[in-house]
Design a protein around this ligand. Sequence first.
Ligand code: NI
Length: 186
Amino acid sequence: MALLEIKVLGCPILRKRALPVGVIAEEAQRLIDDMFDTMYAAEGIGLAAPQVGVGQRLFVLDVGPRDASAEPMALINPEVLWSAGEVVEEEGCLSLPEVVGEVARAAHVRVGALDREGTPFEVEMSGIGARAAQHEIDHLNGILVIDRFSTIKRNLLRGQLRRLKRQGKRQAPGLTYAADEAVNTQ
Ligand code: NI
């Protein structure tokens, strides 16, 4: 078991588009296992690789604490294949401690991905699972929840975000396999 450092706002990797995972071998599987350990230790329900300093398209998800029917899942190179409806709910992020705000998300999604062994699968999710999956896929594209908050909400959080950014800039940048251009920062 290894706990990884969770990057917070200000750490540049959070703003980069992650690259597809090529070979799914021991290295990726160890990363997935460590990401599960890190997510559970932080009491999160999802964690994307850029949040631990790795610019690769994968995330782990376990919304079990909020939906007893859900199973833990690792999703590699995920893609939203279909989505429907819209729900606005409060959302937070392990990379933005103590920051919560309302975000509109599709109510239902079908996501295609590779599992921990590299086998393709599709999963349909609603409720908190659908919300968390969309949140994690955003991370793979350098998008954070604050980008989806209202301008008013972001302005209210300005001081808090400035403090977080200072903290994130001091963190080790991590393994940047990601493309160099920053995306969608405001
Ligand atoms: Ni997050």
